[in-house]
Design a protein around this ligand. Structure first.
Ligand SMILES: [Fe+2]
Ligand SMILES: [Fe+2]
Length: 211
């Protein structure tokens, strides 16, 4: 496995997701009911796989090493554009996440925002991937020796290995935070008198049902 090849394999998975999104947008426009879970899954994929895993390896390993090399002005310009595009991609996904935020009563305005966000992703990513593959990733490999490429490949693997742990530490951390605020809410909103009538095993679900 070569370094450029690994990044391209990741591009192919992103493209498969883009095709699915494209089909879903067409179906919604043709009258299919929008699915809240679909937008949530897209947001999760774009944030974790496309951005943290894929862009993360590009920026934190490949681009970092390129900054230590004497690269051409054209490659430097393209690299800067790619970083800017990664940030733009994050904003698009953030817009979709906000539009698709499920509050138990999805409104028409949110649905329009969801469709718009999905369409923006479909337009954005293929162009970004094409730029990388046609004008950057393969060309910049010439700045590195075989050993340097192997070292980066090992760093990619280590990056992936750590990512799964970082993700679930984050998930548990957020759940702990939400859980402790729910418990605080329960404790502060229940008077001593009410507390006496509350069964020990009654769940306190305030803040979790959206009521
Ligand atoms: Fe990229
Ligand atoms: Fe990429």
């Amino acid at each position: 496995m070569k370094l450029a090849g690994l990044l391209m394999i990741e591009h192919r998975l992103i493209e498969r997701m883009i095709s699915v999104i494209d089909e879903e947008v067409d179906a919604i426009r043709a009258g299919k009911k929008a699915d809240a879970l679909f937008a949530d899954t897209v947001v999760e994929f774009m944030r974790i796989y496309a951005d943290k895993c894929h862009h993360g390896k590009e920026e934190n390993v490949l681009f970092r090493e390129l900054q230590r090399k004497k690269i051409s002005a054209a490659h430097k310009r393209t690299m800067d554009e790619l970083v800017t595009e990664h940030a733009a991609g994050r904003e698009i996904v953030k817009g979709l996440a906000l539009a698709g935020r499920y509050d138990g009563n999805r409104r028409e305005g949110n649905l329009t925002g969801v469709i718009k966000g999905l369409e923006r992703i479909v337009k954005f990513y293929p162009e970004h991937i094409e730029k990388e593959e046609k004008y950057f990733i393969v060309e910049v490999m010439n700045y590195f020796s075989g050993k340097e490429q192997d070292d980066m490949l090992n760093e990619f693997r280590e990056y992936d290995r750590k990512l799964i742990h970082a993700k679930y530490q984050d998930v548990v951390g957020k759940m702990e935070k939400d859980h402790s605020s729910v418990l605080e809410h329960c404790q502060s909103s229940v008077t001593a008198e009410q507390d006496r009538f509350r069964a020990d095993d009654e769940p306190c679900d305030a803040g979790m049902t959206g009521k």
